[in-house]
Design a protein around this ligand. Structure first.
Ligand code: NAP
Length: 307
């Protein structure tokens, strides 16, 4: 039996990625949409998740594609109604709320999948396997993009809980937490807040692994021209470099992987298997590092940002 799915929040990422990925995935069918300002021809459409859950349109699962602020109430309503839930990244606006969702999913015996789409990039699992057998000396992350290009007019992203530059930065952290054999923790951080905004436009982070290996990250939303989504790992055996958001891998200077984007198709395939097996997949490690950055970061005011 195919999973009957509803999308909540028919916005940029739902249209750019989710609709196509669902259509390309066996075992799951879109049947409904809940969005205040959008509908999809040929599918049952509701204003919000409460209307959907109160209707006679049956869904087994919901995929929440709304911004992180406000997603908790939607996820809680769906889990309480016994629906399986897939969360866009970041899984929520606070750590306490995502732990509460995990506990509720366990109590209801349904699947909760906190997705990290960047972990599905082609170079991530090969890099993880490679690094398990190497001695790492240093890690440097550079995640620099043009906010005006990628997030035009998105007010929520600058509000508390919207994460600012950590909205893309958490993608880098989702990869690093997956590929490094050791855990790491933040030791120093500087956050750059536009004087008219409640979220940072740039961040400099210094982490350290359990054995003392430095992991440095630079996130910046002010980059125009070519965009940079790179992770460089210096190992005793030679450099391991992931570029293009984790879709390309260079090992000891030689290209190993260049692959087309399958991130969201992989996510939906995994969701189908989680539901089939009655499992939860909720790793909040990337959000822990972001929360630590807001806790430990020294704040510096920078030039006001206008869209
Ligand atoms: P978006 O287009 O601004 O928002 C998605 C939809 O959510 C909106 O169309 C809106 O639909 C609904 N929405 C917006 N604000 C809301 C609110 N306060 N309460 C309830 N619903 C609200 O955002 P997005 O870019 O798709 O991002 C959504 C999530 O996906 C974020 O967590 C983001 O980090 C993640 N993501 C985005 C991208 C990307 O490239 N944009 C990539 C990967 C992941 P209605 O007004 O119709 O209700």
């Amino acid at each position: 039996m195919s999973i009957r799915l509803a999308i909540v929040g028919l916005g940029k990422i739902a249209r750019d990625q989710h609709l196509g990925a669902i259509a390309a995935t066996d075992g799951i069918d879109l049947v409904a949409v809940a969005s205040r300002n959008a509908a999809l021809e040929g599918f049952a459409s509701f204003n919000d998740i409460d209307e959907l859950l109160a209707s006679d349109v049956w869904v087994d699962a919901v995929s929440l594609c709304t911004p992180p602020q406000g997603r908790f109430a939607q996820a809680r309503a769906a889990l309480a109604a016994g629906k399986h839930v897939m969360l866009e990244k970041p899984p929520g606006a606070t750590l306490a709320e995502v732990h509460a969702l995990e506990a509720l999913a366990k109590a209801k015996g349904v699947t909760l999948f906190a997705t990290w789409h960047s972990r599905e990039a082609a170079a991530v699992e090969p890099a993880r396997a490679l690094l398990a057998g190497r001695t790492i000396r240093r890690v440097a992350v550079e995640w620099k993009e043009d906010v005006r290009h990628w997030h035009p007019g998105q007010a929520w992203i600058w509000e508390p809980g919207g994460l600012g530059v950590f909205d893309p930065g958490i993608n880098a952290l989702s990869i690093v937490t997956r590929i490094l054999p050791e855990t790491f923790h933040l030791v120093c951080c500087e956050l750059f807040f536009p004087e008219n905004r409640a979220a940072p436009i740039a961040a400099s982070l210094a982490f350290q692994t359990a054995s003392g290996v430095p992991v440095e990250a630079e996130f910046d939303w002010r980059q125009t021209g070519p965009q940079t989504w790179d992770i460089r790992i210096e190992t005793e055996e030679g450099p391991v470099v992931l570029t293009h958001g984790g879709s390309r891998l260079m090992v000891d200077g030689e290209p190993r992987i260049v692959e087309e984007d399958r991130e969201y198709r992989n996510l939906y395939r995994h969701f189908v298997s989680l539901v089939g097996d009655g499992r939860i997949d909720a790793d909040f490690a990337p959000l822990v590092h972001v929360a630590d950055a807001f806790m430990l970061g020294r704040r510096t005011a920078v030039e006001a940002f206008e869209d």
